[in-house]
Ligand binder design. Structure first.
Ligand SMILES: Cc1cc2nc3c(=O)[nH]c(=O)nc-3n(C[C@H](O)[C@H](O)[C@H](O)COP(=O)(O)O)c2cc1C
Length: 186
C-alpha cells in the first residue's frame, strides 16, 4: 500500500473553543509521515433523519460526506461524550450515512478519540459509537484507546494540546492506526 494515507475526521463538537476540535487540530503534528487529515465540516447542516426526505433524494451534503468517507483510507472520530453517549448531530449524520449505498463505512478502518473535563475522558461515548459501527460494518481499531480526561489540565487556553504524555500516547495511537490500515485494507 502507498505510504500516503488520507484520514477523514468527524468531530463531535460544534463549539468554537472545543477540546475535541483542538484535539483534531493536533493530529497532523503527531501523525506518522504521509498521514493527512481532512476534517469534514457541515454535519450539523443535515436535517433530522426522515425516511420521507430520503425518498425524495438524499440531501447533497449526505452524498458529499459519503463520498469523502468512501475515498478516505480511514476515518477518525474525535468527539465529546454527551449524557454518556454520542452527540446528537453526529449520531444523526451516522443515521443518514447508514442509508447510503454502497455503504461508505463498510470495511473502513476507524480510529476513535474523545476528550472531556471529566475523569473518564468520554469512554462511554466511545463504546456507544463502537456499537453503532457494528451496523455500519466499519473496522474500529481496538487498541490503543485514547480518552483524554481532565482536559482543562491538558490544553492551553488558546487550544493547544500541551500535555506531553498525552501527545506521546496519541502519536503511538496514530502509528498503530497506520499499521492497522495496512493490515486490514485490501
Ligand atoms: C449536553 C451535554 C452533556 C454532557 N454529558 C457529558 C457526559 O456524559 N460525560 C462527560 O464526560 N462530559 C459530558 N459533558 C461535558 C462535556 O464533556 C464538555 O462540555 C466538553 O467540553 C465538551 O466537549 P468540547 O469541549 O469538545 O465541546 C456534557 C456536556 C453537555 C453540553
Amino acid at each position: 500500500m502507498n505510504s500516503r494515507k488520507t484520514i477523514a475526521v468527524l468531530c463531535g463538537s460544534l463549539r468554537k473553543d472545543s477540546y475535541n476540535r483542538a484535539l483534531a487540530r493536533t493530529l497532523p503534528a503527531l501523525a506518522p509521515e504521509g498521514m493527512e487529515f481532512d476534517v469534514l465540516e457541515g454535519l450539523d447542516e443535515l436535517p433530522h433523519y426522515n425516511a420521507d426526505i430520503q425518498a425524495e433524494g438524499f440531501p447533497p451534503k449526505v452524498d458529499e460526506l459519503a463520498a469523502a468517507i468512501a475515498a478516505a483510507d480511514g476515518v477518525a472520530f474525535v468527539s465529546p461524550e454527551y449524557n454518556y453517549s454520542i452527540p446528537g448531530f453526529l449520531k444523526n449524520a451516522l443515521d443518514w450515512l447508514s442509508r447510503v449505498q454502497p455503504a461508505p463505512f463498510a470495511g473502513k478502518p476507524v480510529l476513535i478519540q474523545s476528550a472531556s473535563p471529566g475523569i473518564f475522558g468520554g469512554a462511554r461515548m466511545q463504546y456507544h459509537l463502537r456499537q453503532v459501527l457494528v451496523f455500519l460494518d466499519a473496522l474500529p481499531m481496538n487498541r490503543p484507546e485514547v480518552m483524554v480526561g481532565t482536559a482543562m489540565q491538558k490544553f492551553s487556553d488558546d487550544g493547544k494540546l500541551t500535555d506531553e504524555p498525552t501527545r506521546k500516547f496519541i502519536a503511538e495511537q496514530l502509528k498503530a492506526f497506520s499499521a492497522f490500515i495496512e493490515r486490514v485494507s485490501p
